[in-house]
Design a protein around this ligand. Structure first.
Ligand code: SIN
Length: 546
């Protein structure tokens, strides 16, 4: 099998179509990019494996961190300083400054699409309301519907999608980024719900597939977050970086010991408005841990809760929001999740514990979404721009998706502006890949690659996943997801094993201190032509980008 054939997909297709740009994913980054690209004159197809609003965007609560210039004392430099502090030394300051500075225009663009944010009246003028979250030195997080910011973003972008008559291919899983013998992108193979293959021939593919929460038993992510973009990118020849940095949200709602799947988020903005964390013995969880206490960066709070739960042999800690003014009307989404388990947010403490939430690393891109593979872009959670480093600052992610989605669209349009030849799509033999049993994989990752990892646990997780794997050619959505999870798990475990220190979200119990040797070092992961993963180290300012 030639390298070209190996990378070119699996078996005959039932249909073929063409586009200039195929966007995989319909959350904030994907739809922002698709809308901008269509406006730039490109023929765009959005592919999404489920319904268009099934991704992580709609579950985001807290808001969008952005400096709009109307908060006294705040500035992009202050936002950058908070981002750098949260990111544990691995933030690419140049990339972060560019993304944060582009925030106001991106938010204005979103409002122009119809998004409505909460406002307050300041004397004569109305302005956007702000809240605060962990690690922020200022009130700079804009929000919508109280704690339903993501839902409003998704609603507005889907409204714009339908007004723009953008083509959305729902219910189709992306299975292979098709490449030619020159390594450049030729299109995308997709599978419908019955496993039938189709092909979209295109010189540009943009991955906006979201996160990797499905690697763990409990996550704040919806079920569609199965690391698809990592796998698609690796198979296409792209580089991943910083994938060991999986952020655990400190306060997912604890609904019982056997919870598997999506745990409702209890937004950090509650602590921004005065809610406090207490352990089951009634003591503060973060006193003495960090000067910002309960509003310390997320990695610090999540690790403190994890330690306290272990010390007390408890299942959770308490978040007491009873002192937050108008808490039920200000946080209706959280109030409804609490009510569903019989907790009154206004009167009762809320049982919470950390859950897998966000991937700080991912496919290496510049701030225009460009990967090292010709014709392949990535934006949003799937991408690693350098904004998050070792730990993402709260509410920087919707902002990043908006900014890099717009920038990627412009970059694709510029790249496709000249004359170009669209290469042939080769029909080729399918390639078998390792596919692990999902329940075994999630249990292994939860045990071995959560907050508090060590070499033995990481190796045991890898062994357990390997033992539960078979070699198959994925031909259904769930097989493609399981294949992606299997590859992603091995990538994460390998990167986590190589980083012999504790930094940000990566907490090693056998290397419990932060090591200066790793201060500027990003781990990278690539897949070779024989399907083997290779971990390397590169300067974090470049993340391996070409
Ligand atoms: C939250 O509202 O606590 C989550 C926001 C985020 O993940 O940035």
């Amino acid at each position: 099998m030639s390298r070209d054939a190996e990378r070119s997909g699996a078996g005959p297709s039932t249909w073929e179509a063409t586009a200039d740009l195929v966007v995989v994913g319909s959350g904030v980054a994907g739809l922002t990019a698709a809308l901008a690209a269509q406006r730039a004159g490109l023929r765009v197809v959005v592919v999404t494996k489920d319904a268009p609003d099934e991704g992580s965007t709609r579950w985001a609560q807290g808001g969008i961190a952005v400096v709009l210039g109307d908060v006294t004392g705040d500035s992009v430099e202050a936002h950058l300083a908070d981002t750098l502090a949260a990111g544990g030394g691995l933030v690419d300051a140049g990339a972060a400054r560019a993304i944060l500075a582009a925030g106001p225009a991106a938010v204005a663009g979103l409002r122009a699409e119809g998004a409505v944010f909460d406002a307050v009246s300041d004397g004569r003028a109305a302005r956007l309301a702000r809240t605060r979250e962990g690690g922020h030195s200022a009130l700079r997080v804009v929000h919508a519907g109280g704690d339903a910011t993501g839902a409003e973003v998704q609603r507005a972008l889907l409204g714009a999608t339908s007004r723009a008559a953008l083509t959305v291919l729902a219910g189709h899983a992306a299975t292979v980024v098709l490449t030619g013998s020159d390594g450049a992108v030729r299109g995308l193979e997709v599978r419908d719900g019955d496993g039938r293959a189709g092909r979209l021939a295109a010189p540009a593919v943009l991955l906006a597939t979201g996160g990797v929460g499905g690697l763990y038993e409990t996550t704040t992510n919806p079920a569609v977050a199965t690391a698809d973009g990592w796998a698609l990118a690796l198979h296409a020849g792209a580089v991943l970086a910083d994938v060991e940095f999986v952020q655990f949200h400190p306060t997912a709602l604890y609904t019982g010991a056997a919870t598997h799947g999506r745990a409702p988020l209890v937004t950090e903005a509650l602590r921004g408005e005065g809610a406090v964390l207490r352990d089951t013995a009634g003591a503060s969880v973060t006193a003495g841990v960090h000067p910002l206490g309960d509003l310390a960066p997320r990695d610090v709070v999540a690790a403190a809760i994890t330690r306290r739960i272990a010390q007390l042999g408890a299942e959770h800690v308490w978040l007491d929001a009873t002192g937050v003014p108008d808490v039920v009307t200000r946080f209706p989404t959280v109030a409804a999740s609490c009510a569903a388990i019989g907790v009154d947010l206004a009167r009762d403490p809320v049982p919470v514990r950390p859950a897998a939430h966000y991937s700080c690393g991912g496919v290496v891109t510049d701030t225009h979404g460009r990967t090292g593979v010709t014709g392949l872009w990535a934006a949003g959670e799937v991408a690693r721009t350098g904004l998050h480093g070792a730990n993402r600052l709260a509410s920087n992610s919707l902002l990043e998706g908006l900014v890099t989605g717009r920038r990627a669209a412009k970059d694709v349009a510029a790249a496709l502006a000249g004359p170009r030849a669209l290469g042939r799509l080769d029909a080729s033999a399918p390639r078998p890949v390792a596919v692990a049993d999902r329940a075994v994989l999630q249990a292994a990752m939860t045990r071995g690659a959560g907050i508090g990892r060590d070499a033995a646990g990481l190796a045991a997780a890898s062994d357990a996943i390997e033992a539960a794997s078979t070699l198959i050619v994925p031909s259904t959505r769930s097989q493609a997801e399981d294949a992606a999870l299997t590859l992603a798990a091995h990538a994460l475990l390998a990167a986590a094993g190589s980083r012999t220190e504790t930094r940000g979200c990566h907490v090693r119990t056998d290397h419990a201190v932060t090591d200066d040797h790793w201060q500027r070092a990003s781990s990278t992961v690539v897949l070779d032509g024989d399907g083997r993963l290779h971990v390397g180290i590169t300067d974090a300012r470049h993340g391996g980008a070409a």
